[in-house]
Ligand binder design. Structure first.
Ligand code: MOS
Length: 699
């Protein structure tokens, strides 16, 4: 792999889409100028499990401006039921509360919404089961866990090693369901042109091509008959990584209202049942060590939920396979299928909940050993990937821990958990945790380069910028690939008319798309020389990375958190947090810092505020809005810093990048929990760490 001279990669560049966004001219899915729009509003099931016995649409149809009401009784039949999440309005069966059961199309948004509330649906209710609990009789082992890891691994005799260990930890941690809650609710605007036989979607998605590929077979359309457009996205965090039921509902509505742009924006409340979420988890960690802290055994057993209609198996124990050297190791995942909404990807699926539990357990082991938790981690630094035996392409966890310790002021910390007096009568403590995230390169990305008459280079790829900075960073990558200044690159993304691109997910965007752009630039040079004439074109692809056969490739980091705890109210504040990351080359320090700070903010939110509360009686996530589902606000975030160490990895890709979108959230929650324990002596093993849990433990 050639490492090309880097001028733009590493340069601090303003966002190219910044002016359009701050002046309000950047069009999000619902905002494109549509000539003759229609407005759709969805109707959701009000039972967790049951069968629709009757539908009365008379009152709804009488609302002025209503043109069409679709239910399972009159909606077009879909051609495939392979993905039951996408099998919308096809059956009277209700499999979770909030499932779409009808859609109203009208000439105004107000009429559609009013009429949707007037659709009368009667159900025969069946018993439902919506609560994940240890010992659930339905637990099974999935064939693999997301995206394609083995479900269980076992290496060595963990039970014998636990029995012979001098110090052991056996602790169970639980995490709640979390909902992604991007700023822009999911929205699809669909138009069916019958004469042309063409379906056009303006969609808020992390992958225009995947939307097209999953929608086409449902409607027996060829890929060429569908266009998906997504120039600007207001966040996704994985919830827009693949189409959900609303995409199909919008297409059904459009096919029933040909020639009109049918706008289906979801409400914030709807996102809590139809747009994915992070499964709750129960995790048992068992660690055994010798007196010096060398791990003899590491066991990470996970129980989590999936929906009855579709399996999603979060890979929660996977990070425990690579973090530390241990003589013996076991990891397992078990799923309980419940009558709940379909879980899906949420920023660092697997690594986020798994590293919360794993890094808290390491903290508990350090305390049991009377050892600095940083020293314990360094003592267990593996020489090669413990699972595959392959060397790491680069692994700078120790460097992150050391750099962070120095900058945070770790030296002199009192490692013994106790009530530690801090500012203003509060208790004060600090915590540390490690981060990791794999380097994914997704299959199937292509890029095209055209030399324009004015000598600029048009670079096209169907990637999307979900708010991460792709418009800017990918243009910087292209400039280096072409060895031209940034000003000479015109980037085109966010449209299925452009070459095929993989999802903006798994922190794989720049890594994958950039590889395709590099390949296209090389082909352009090979075919047309270093000074190609106007009209010259070339394409490139991002194939698999052969170096992955020889190296394990992961990003690493270290998170440091200080907390203040009010001893009377149990309120926790985080006056200071620092993340140091080793993620290969940084393409743009400005947008990269935003990614890390955003991830850490979401991690603090995971630790202290966010949780989706399931009502066992109704099967409803009851706190389904931003008034009651508490995400971190600016006022919650004080002194938050992110930085990185220089890392030169020649194996990952031509840019040397590892991906940065997700690692910032990984480990933050553990660092908070460890800091709270350090400050109070109370170990809360159940996220989020709300004041009541500290008070109940007699703070
Ligand atoms: Mo990310 S959860 O892979 O979009």
């Amino acid at each position: 792999m050639t490492v090309v001279e880097q001028r733009e990669i590493g340069a601090d560049r303003e966002r190219r889409d910044g002016p359009a966004k701050v002046t309000g001219t950047a069009s999000y899915a619902a905002e494109h100028p549509f000539a003759h729009p229609a407005y759709a509003h969805a109707v959701q099931a009000t039972v967790a499990r049951g069968t629709i016995t009757a539908i009365d649409t008379r009152a709804a149809a009488a609302v002025a401006g209503v043109t069409t009401i679709l239910t399972h009784q009159n909606a077009e039949r879909l051609a495939s039921d392979e993905d039951k999440e996408l099998w919308v309005l096809q059956s009277p069966e209700v499999c979770f509360r909030g499932q779409f059961v009808a859609v109203v199309i009208a000439d105004s948004a107000e009429a559609a919404r009013e009429a949707a509330e007037l659709v009368e649906i009667a159900y025969a209710e069946h018993d439902h089961d919506v609560v994940l609990r240890a010992g659930h009789p339905g637990f099974y082992a999935p064939e693999q866990v997301n995206p394609a890891y083995p479900t269980d691994t076992e290496d060595g005799d963990v039970e014998a090693n636990l029995a012979s260990a001098t110090v052991t930890v056996d602790a169970t941690y639980t995490t709640p369901a979390y909902h992604n809650n991007p700023m822009e609710p999911h929205t699809t605007v669909a138009r069916w042109d019958p004469a042309a036989g063409h379906l056009t979607l303006h969609d808020s998605t992390q992958s225009v091509h995947q939307v097209r590929e999953l929608i086409a077979p449902l409607f027996s359309l060829d890929l060429e008959q569908i266009t998906v457009i997504a120039p600007h996205i207001g966040g996704g965090f994985g919830s827009k990584g693949r189409p959900h039921a609303h995409n199909v509902l919008a297409c059904l509505a459009a096919r029933a209202a040909p020639g009109r742009d049918v706008k289906l924006p979801l409400t914030r409340q709807m996102l809590f049942s139809v747009a994915g979420y992070r499964t709750p988890t129960v995790q048992r960690l068992r660690l055994g060590a010798d007196p010096d802290g060398h791990l003899l055994a590491l066991v990470h057993d996970v129980w989590e939920q999936t929906s009855r209609i579709k399996e999603f198996a979060e890979q929660t124990a996977v990070p425990s396979r690579l973090m530390y050297a241990s003589q013996a190791r076991r990891t397992t995942h078990r799923l309980a299928p419940l009558d709940v909404p379909v879980p899906s990807w949420m920023r660092a699926p697997g690594e986020n909940p798994g590293m919360y539990a794993g890094e808290c357990a390491m903290d508990e082991l350090a305390i049991a050993l009377g050892m600095d938790p940083i020293k314990l981690r360094i003592r267990n630094e593996p020489q090669a990937d413990p699972e595959s035996g392959k060397p790491f392409s680069t692994r700078n966890l120790v460097a992150c821990l050391r750099r962070g310790a120095e900058r945070f002021g770790w030296a002199g910390r009192d490692h013994a958990p106790s009530r530690k007096p801090g500012r203003g009568g509060r208790l004060a403590g600090t915590g540390v945790a490690a981060s990791t995230y794999p380097v994914y390169r997704m299959p199937g990305s292509e890029a095209a380069i055209d030399v324009l008459p004015d000598g600029r280079f048009r670079v096209g790829i169907g990637a999307v910028d979900i708010g991460t900075g792709t418009w800017t960073a990918l243009a910087q990558v292209a400039a280096d690939a072409l060895a031209v200044p940034l000003e000479r690159v015109e980037l085109q993304i966010g449209d299925t008319s452009l070459p095929h691109a993989s999802v903006a997910g798994g922190s794989s965007g720049i890594t994958t798309w950039g590889t395709a752009v590099y390949d296209a630039a090389r082909n352009l040079r090979n075919r047309h020389g270093h000074r190609p004439d106007a009209g010259a074109t070339a394409t490139g692809t991002a194939g698999g990375n052969e170096a992955a056969d020889h190296y394990a490739m992961h990003a690493f980091g270290a998170q440091f958190v200080a907390v203040d705890v009010d001893p009377d109210t149990g309120e926790i504040t985080v006056p200071r947090a620092l993340g140091i990351f080793a993620v290969g080359r940084i393409v743009n320090p400005r947008t990269a810092r935003s990614q890390f700070l955003g991830g850490m903010t979401m991690g603090l939110s995971t630790a202290l505020w966010e949780q989706s509360i399931m009502d066992p009686v109704t099967g409803h996530y009851i706190n389904h809005d931003l008034a009651e589902y508490h995400v971190a606000t600016c006022a919650d975030i004080r002194d938050l810093e992110a930085d990185w160490i220089e890392e030169d990895d020649p194996h990952v890709n031509p840019m040397g990048t590892k991906g940065i979108g997700e690692i910032g959230i990984v480990g933050t929650a553990a660092a908070v929990a460890n800091a709270v324990h350090n400050a109070t002596g109370i170990r809360v093993r159940d996220l989020p760490i709300t004041p009541d849990k500290l008070l109940r433990a007699r703070l």
